[in-house]
Ligand binder design. Structure first.
Ligand code: UT7
Length: 385
């Protein structure tokens, strides 16, 4: 039996900032309303040349540097996302290619804002059984691409970004100690994002794209989601902490899905603990869905809120409905890596991209020169017809 320890972490937030005042130029809202009801001041928006996969790659590459692991040592890449650029290839396979993680399996995981915790548990179980030894779990989203920018009830909440952790198997007890994963599909309509085939197809061909096609966007019943969130957050924290054989007093920090400060305050009240025991960065990044917990984890480490031998809880909730929590015994200190070494490590991703390009070219060349000739007899038959 092996234990899955978090040995690396990294996040990536796009440069472009969208403030509440910027949003007030787009929809009928105000900085005061958004901040009072959600705690959000600003969020970040991906640039035109950025995708969920490029954000995920940046976060994963940073996490590998902290873990001091070569990409070829990674056995599994899981990307939790609701905003993949493609259904297939998966975002995880794109990240695998960008990293040059040549010996890794890769898949995407769809559990909305709970996806990162789901992924963490899946990777932990694979490590515990001995099926794999190292894994990268990423939460990555470009929410700005699936928002209805006319709906003030949703477009003010979300932002883009990615966060990742590297897990490593070890016989030393610790790491991810317990998790709880739950779903209630009866509440699916409270928070939804239709898939491509949901679109009606009025006419086929070019016209379809010119007239009929509309972009799928998020719809949400905010009040119902709010009620659901406060209930399941406190319950799943309690259940998972007990599963890990701990009491709430032994937990130093709770890193919740960053959706709304009021949800976190209500959960703290239900648990009869101070809201200060929850880490919050929603004010700067908004709700980044599956990316929110790993981004908050990185910020909490940077803020000096996590120390070796402390217990930390991750808790998420979202569309599905889904919710999930994990208890992690934190047993690493941030390593000190020189800038030079960091830059040297980045160079290998340039090599990975060139190798990927070379592979594509090689496939084309092989295809060009190895097309099997059609047997003459079949050509003759075709002529007769
Ligand atoms: O990852 C999970 C994602 N989802 C969530 O976490 C959502 C959870 N829910 C929430 O965070 C809150 O329900 C919201 C922040 C979305 C909304 O806050 P609320 O306090 O539940 O507001 P409400 O929907 O009850 O609306 C109150 C009023 C309404 O006006 P009337 O009908 O009272 O005149 C809304 O039309 O506020 C209005 N309103 C706004 N006003 C200014 C709704 N959105 C806005 C806005 N700016 N952006």
């Amino acid at each position: 039996m092996k234990y899955a320890h978090i040995i690396g972490w990294g996040s990536y937030i796009p440069d472009r900032v969208l403030t509440n005042n910027d949003l007030a130029q787009i929809v009928d809202t105000s900085d005061e309303w958004i901040y009072k009801r959600t705690g959000i001041r600003e969020r970040h928006i991906a640039a035109a040349n950025e995708t969920t996969a490029t954000l995920a790659f940046e976060a994963a590459a940073r996490a590998l540097v902290v873990a001091d692991l070569h990409p070829s040592q990674v056995d599994l890449i899981i990307v939790a996302t609701s905003t993949p650029e493609y259904i297939f290839p998966s975002t995880a396979s794109q990240v695998q290619d960008y990293l040059g993680a040549t010996r890794a399996g890769a898949f995407d995981l769809s559990a909305a804002c709970s996806g990162f915790v789901y992924g963490l548990d899946m990777a932990t179980q694979a490590i515990a059984t001995g099926s794999i030894n190292n894994a990268i779990v990423v939460g990555a989203e470009t929410m700005s691409r699936v928002l209805n920018w006319r709906d003030r009830g949703t477009c003010i909440l979300f932002g883009d970004g990615a966060g990742a952790v590297v897990l490593k198997g070890s016989a030393v007890p610790g790491g991810v100690m317990a998790s709880t994963l739950r779903s209630d599909g009866s509440g699916g309509d409270m928070l939804s994002l239709p898939a491509v085939y949901h679109n009606p197809v009025p006419t086929l061909g070019v016209e379809y794209f010119q007239n009929g096609h509309h972009k799928n966007t998020i719809s949400m019943d905010g009040r119902q989601v709010f009620r659901f969130a406060t209930k399941v957050m406190s319950a799943s924290i309690k259940t998972t902490v007990a599963k890990a054989g701990l009491s709430l007093d032994e937990v130093s920090l709770i890193i919740p899905h960053q959706a709304n400060t009021r949800i976190i305050e209500s959960s703290a009240k239900r648990l009869k603990i101070s809201p200060d025991r929850f880490y919050l960065n929603v004010q700067n990044v908004g709700n980044t869905s599956a990316a929110s917990i790993p981004i908050a984890l990185c910020d909490a480490i940077d803020d000096g809120r996590l120390h070796p031998d402390e217990n930390v809880v991750f808790v998420g909730f979202g569309g599905g409905l889904t919710w999930a929590a994990s208890v992690v015994k934190w047993d690493v200190s941030p390593p000190t890596i020189s800038r030079r070494r960091r830059e040297w490590k980045r160079a290998r991703y340039i090599y990975a991209r060139s190798r990927s390009k070379a592979k594509r070219w090689r496939r084309k060349v092989v295809d060009r020169f190895s097309t099997p000739p059609i047997p003459e007899a079949r050509l003759k038959d075709a002529d007769k017809e």
